[in-house]
Write a protein that binds this ligand. Sequence first.
Ligand code: ADP
Ligand code: MG
Length: 550
Amino acid sequence: MMQPQVIVLKEGTDTSQGVPQLLSNIAACIAVCDTIRTTLGPRGMDKLIVDSQKRVTISNDGATIMKLLDVVQPAARTLVDIARAQDAEVGDGTTSVVLLAGELLKEVREYIEEGVGAQVVIKGIRTAADLAVSRIRELAVSVDRSDAANFRALLEKCAATSMNSKLIGSQKEFFTKMVVDAVMRLDQEELNEDMIGIKKIPGGAMQDSLLVDGVAFKKSFSYAGFEQQPKAFDAPKIVCLNVELELKAEKDNAEVRVDKVSEYQAVVDAEWKIIFDKLDSIIAAGANVVLSRLPIGDLATQYFADRDIFCAGRVSKDDLDRVCEATGCRVQSTTAGLAAAHLGTCERFEERQVGGQRFNIFRGCPQAKTCTIILRGGAEQFIDEVERSLHDSIMVVRRAVKNQAIVAGGGAIEMELSRHLREAARQIEGKQQLIVSAVARALEVIPRQLCENAGFDTTDFITQLRARHAQDPERFRWHGVGIDEEAVADMYANFVWEPALVKINAITSAAEAACLILSVDETVTSQRSQDPMASSRPAPGHGRGMPMMG
Ligand code: ADP
Ligand code: MG
């Protein structure tokens, strides 16, 4: 008898199921973690990543590395997502979050292998994460904002901790000051980090970087008359436009039929009148610095030059928005009815040479809720990494200003949480106890990796730390891996401070990611989704992404 053939899924669909699938996903995640393991902490190494277009990136930032790794394994992509989320949410702790998630999976792997249900493990991880987060809230030290000097010191410590692990670590005094100044200059309610502009100019030394208390942007393309314009004003009258100041020859855009020369002349005259009307209303309003998002043509440039007015066209939207924010004007979309009330001002405007480029700089802005960091430094990849590191620090300082609650880094908080969870596990019955203890072990990955990257004797450090924390949790609460001391040390006293929120977010996201991966027992890969451009790409498995494990 013929058996009827039942095909539910297309041929070639990957359908491993249940525990083997879980284990293979865990293995893939661990493999991804292993690649960024060595970048953690002040003695961490950087990664040099070459993408498919042969662009080179050197980075120590977890989120950046994860993004560039081009991970293809679907479960392991979750790790890329949590790194990115951590970056967007709190800015720092991106390597830690991935490491924690990987280690959680590694620690619970044996239970999965022994047949403990994934849902049981998930519940245990969630319980442990909740316990850990409430413990961080209990322990976090808050600093009184009313004491300005103390508060500033706190912010500088937090910024320095996030810089320790980066290329700019050696210059951290210089940069922490810059970052804290920059954040303090923002509107303290909004703390919008977009209001800190970062401009990069290759060349020069890192220490030539400068903070402008206002807006600075690169000189845009300009026409001949530009050089006759004045390049500096005290108390300038600034107008920001979204208006094209170019002579439009309508004959280019439309067909104009004329019978007489005089009619043609009328058309030309009208065109000239339109632009002169625009220019005259700008001048009548009293502006002497004219900025526009749209081009400013040669005619307008010369017209302004003759009247001692500075102009710049094709200014980017971010820059123009920041000029408005700083000088108190609004972008005008027409010149009709332009009046003195629409103009902004600041203490001084000047065009200045920085490195090989000319910059328009607006200083001493009355509404100054914005500032600009001009970065200098050798190679382009180098400045890019400096920018990423500053971004981490800016976000950290911003978080610290918002929450004012900090914990000690260097693995101290993780050791304390680990101890707390171990103790709490004793009160929990059943298999959950095992899982909570597993999470406690997983948390030790941070101090362990910090040691390993610094080349210390890991076993020695971890046992010592464990013993101290168990012995007297009060007294040794903030003891962690003292990188500079090359010994177990009080990280709080050593000012290795981090915003509590960075740690809370890292633990919650890592737990969520681990739970997500554990809740998947089957991946159905349809052929099309796997390879949408089958014809235009080389055969799968040719040097794309991580090797598939399992
Ligand atoms: P992430 O991307 O997770 O922020 P980093 O490479 O920036 O990774 O490393 C951060 C870790 O380094 C944190 O756990 C932090 O506490 C630790 N750390 C920073 N400075 C020091 C220091 N001076 N001594 C010991 N640990 C430090
Ligand atoms: Mg960091």
